[in-house]
Ligand binder design. Structure first.
Ligand SMILES: *Cc1c(COP(=O)(O)O)cnc(C)c1O
Length: 817
């Protein structure tokens, strides 16, 4: 799918291979592959076995089976003889090899490469520069925020002869990471956005962080930065310095003023005169990012007048890809702010991961930057849709019409513009489909998005899928080799969703899922979840559904065991996988430890079931005061499983650790652990884990009114005050999961960045806030909670209750950044 082609020989020459084993046809290499779940263009792909959470070498059989024939691997990791038709380049480090290849590729182009680094704003500055420079340049740029060791290599691979400028982001989180990035990017213009004061775990001090970031600028002919951020660092003097910000800089910012309807004007001194730009935003971050872009354009020699016109038209950058509920039981994946090949490929990948509906539909606009290599671009689009098994294409724009013949393998509806599409929407009869919306900005796909999503609900629970993946990896990193991972997705994944989360977990290759009830498991199966699923409270009445959907029951007493065995006998089913729960101190469900002999006898007397796992639950794994008790539980579990194993004569998985135990009791991992609340970002505890917040509950201000001193607010005449107040009514109440205990000032919400207290009692569907000190408008958003840990404490409960309590009528919106 890529234009640039290298022969395998060229690749071998570009990287430092220890040796090569050539078994297959020597083809051209067009695509870089690194994830066996994202294989495209397998025939011309080169697979790098990267060391991630799981070793990439493990996935070589899968990639080979899918047709990949070229691999870059480390020495002594696999037996290459097993893959007789493949070519292997054996190297010290596959990641370094990938970076060498990217560096080689980049070195072939002589056009300007703008390298952007900093703590915040990298992606915004990159996207804004893209808009500002687009009239003159054909630009290659990092997709989304691909700025890591791997992301930069992949971004550089996007460069080709059709471009004449590249915008590449570089992000680091540890000392030592910038040098490899610098060697690959070799920027001709270096841009520093800003440096946050935050103490990052990867850097011993702020100054080390600064010094590390500016390594990107070694040997750069031109650097653009704000000296406020560089501290005592010495920016390499070889280049031309274009500084902006404080007094004495080249572009000296002298002030700014808000504009009447929206936005602000930024004033500066430049080249002896007064200059200014107006932008349609007024927040600090936007002002800073816009000033940074202004400096870059001046440094590149753009006339001030041109800059002014373009700055006034800057648009917000939507970097999120959101998944929402659509009309007629569809799921909508909304990425309607950009359309180019690389972001399309990322979005299709997400589509493939979320396969709850049988039909994949993609709504695409024309791809704008393709004027001179249209043929090739639409061939690539066609290939991407084909490889990702898309069933239906709805296209918008004339170019797609011209390339109709490339899309004959799927159902294709072509429209000239969005208006025609919207008119025809009822006839398209979209139903039970997963629909990806991807349109270049000028097509304003927001209109399609509005038409396809169910009535916008003004109270939503936003789920950050990147954060969830991050948390998953934090816990995974703590597991010993070969320890399996079960994830608890009971109670709608602790309130965060159901099949959406399960799909993410399946994609991330966890080993097991667990739900509380058979119904929950059935829903996951219907959404295409193939992972084994344990059901913790299977009712006899639901055994049929359980068998039908290949769900695995937890058996916790002789009566459940006997009922289940009886049913299997009737059905003549043998070796059905079951999970035995043993009570080691929780005293909730489970066989007693004293029953081991009886249980073993009963299990041996039948061939209907096979014990897949035996588990128990710790009652206080996170509480040091009860460590002695935890040790007793562990000992009891060890003994019980040992005796059962001896009696049964075969091995089963043993597991007892929940989130807190994964963190505090590495010796208790046995064969598997059960991750719960930690996935949702809660329970950083000791030793601290860098967890990220997953869920944010948001609502909307429906009405504002001034309430005179002495008047009360809400039921029961509470919430009086001695002064006049502005009261905002918001659309969330206890029926949505906003606990009544948050009433009368106990709870606070964030409105325009300010924490404001509740007033009066919480009602069923609404509650009131005192917004006297904030300038608020009707329709504003109010953040109900993000950090549930602190919030739970204020009403004497635990985060579990707040999360699981967000009612099902609150819409979940999932997003990826
Ligand atoms: C819910 C649950 C877990 C997960 O607990 P966390 O504290 O959320 O990690 C583990 N095991 C069992 C049996 C559970 O019911």
């Amino acid at each position: 799918m890529h234009k640039q082609r290298y022969t395998l020989d060229t690749v071998i020459a570009a990287i430092t291979a220890v040796r090569t084993v050539i078994g297959g046809p020597v083809t051209q290499i067009n695509s870089l592959l690194y994830d066996s779940r994202k294989l495209i263009d397998t025939e011309h792909g080169l697979f790098f076995a990267l060391a991630g959470r799981r070793d990439g070498h493990q996935y070589i059989p899968e990639a080979y089976a899918a047709g990949v024939r070229n691999f870059v691997i480390a020495e002594h990791r696999i037996d290459v003889a097993q893959f007789p038709e493949a070519n292997f380049l054996i190297v010290r480090s596959p990641l370094t090899a990938l970076q060498e290849l990217a560096a080689f590729h980049r070195s072939r182009f002589n056009y300007p490469v703008i390298g952007i680094t900093g703590s915040n704003g990298k992606t915004i500055v990159k996207e804004w520069l893209y808009e500002l420079l687009a009239p003159e340049y054909r630009i290659a740029r990092s997709p989304k925020s691909y700025n890591s060791q791997l992301g930069v290599a992949l971004s550089l691979w996007e460069m080709d002869d059709a471009h004449d400028l590249a915008l590449i982001e570089a992000g680091i989180s540890e000392v030592g990471e910038m040098e490899p990035l610098q060697r690959m990017i070799k920027p001709t213009i270096g841009v520093l956005t800003n440096i946050g004061p935050a103490h990052d775990a990867g850097f011993p001090s702020l100054q080390t962080k600064i010094n590390e970031k500016i390594r990107l600028f070694s040997d750069v002919p031109q650097v653009v930065y704000n000296p406020d951020y560089t501290g005592d660092a010495v920016i390499p003097a070889s280049g031309r310095h274009f500084t902006w910000g404080p007094q004495g800089t080249v572009l000296e910012v002298t002030g700014y003023e808000p504009l009447p309807d929206r936005g602000c004007r930024i004033h500066a001194r430049y080249a002896g005169g007064d200059v200014n730009i107006s932008i349609p935003f007024a927040d600090d971050a936007a002002r800073e990012n816009a000033t940074c872009c202004w400096a870059v354009l001046l440094a590149m020699g753009y006339p001030q007048a041109t800059i002014e016109t373009r700055m006034a038209r800057l648009r917000p950058i939507e970097m999120r890809l959101e998944m929402k509920q659509g009309i007629n039981h569809c799921s909508i994946i909304d990425d309607s702010y950009s359309n180019d090949l690389s972001s399309l490929s990322i979005a299709l990948n997400f589509l493939k991961q979320q396969h709850q509906h049988p039909t994949y539909t993609v709504v695409l606009s024309d791809i704008p930057d393709g004027a001179n290599n249209e043929e090739e671009i639409y061939n690539s689009v066609s290939k991407l849709l084909y490889n990702n098994k898309v069933n239906k294409l709805i296209s918008v724009g004339d170019t797609f019409l011209r390339h109709r013949d490339k899309f004959r393998f799927l159902t294709h509806y072509a429209f000239q513009d969005v208006d025609h599409l919207l008119e025809a929407l009822p006839e398209l009869a979209l139903r039970d489909e997963t629909i990806l919306l991807k349109g270049a900005r000028k097509f304003a796909f927001e209109r399609i998005s509005r038409a396809l999503t169910t009535k916008s609900h003004e109270t939503i629970f936003e789920i950050n899928l990147n954060a969830m993946e991050h948390n998953l990896n934090q816990y995974r990193a703590r597991l010993s080799d070969d320890v399996k991972l079960m994830v608890m997705v009971k109670a709608f994944s602790y309130g965060s969703g159901s099949f959406e989360i399960a799909n993410l977990l399946q994609f991330n290759r966890v080993d097991y899922l667990a739900v509380a009830y058979v119904d929950e498991g059935v829903e996951l199966r219907r959404a295409g979840i193939r992972l084994p699923i344990m059901v913790m409270s299977p009712a006899v009445a639901s055994f049929d559904a359980l068998l039908q959907h290949r769900l695995e029951p937890e058996l916790f007493s002789f009566s459940v065991l006997d009922d289940f065995i009886r049913l299997l006998d009737e059905r003549k089913i043998t070796d059905y996988p079951v999970h035995i729960k043993v009570d080691t101190g929780m005293h909730r469900l489970g066989f007693s430890t004293g029953d081991v002999k009886l249980l073993a006898d009963r299990l041996q007397s039948t061939d209907t079931v096979r014990v897949q796992s035996v588990f128990s639950h710790l009652v206080a794994a996170g509480e040091p005061a009860h460590d002695a008790f935890t040790l007793e539980q562990l000992a009891a579990f060890h003994e019980f499983t040992g005796r059962l194993q001896d009696a049964l004569g075969y091995a089963f998985l043993r597991h007892i650790s929940n989130t807190a135990a994964i963190q505090r009791w590495p010796q208790a991992q046995f064969d598997m652990v059960r991750l719960g609340i930690g996935l949702y970002g809660i329970g950083a505890g000791e030793p601290p884990l860098a967890l990220q917040q997953v869920g944010t509950l948001k609502t909307t201000v429906t009405q504002l009114r001034t309430v005179p001193a002495g008047d009360t607010v809400g039921y029961g005449r509470r919430g009086a005050s001695t002064h006049d107040r502005v009261i905002a009514t918001v659309k969330i109440g206890y029926a949505d999961g906003y606990d009544r205990r948050f009433g009368n000032g106990v709870g606070q919400m964030l409105v325009r960045g300010t924490a404001v207290p509740t007033v009066g009692d919480i009602c069923m569907d609404m509650c009131m806030l005192d917004v006297t000190d904030v300038s608020v408008e009707e329709g504003d958003e109010a953040v109900v909670f993000g950090d549930v840990e602190a919030l739970a404490r204020t009403i004497g409960t635990i985060p579990y209750e707040l999360l699981a309590g967000v009612s099902q009528r609150v819409k979940r919106v999932y997003y990826q950044e």
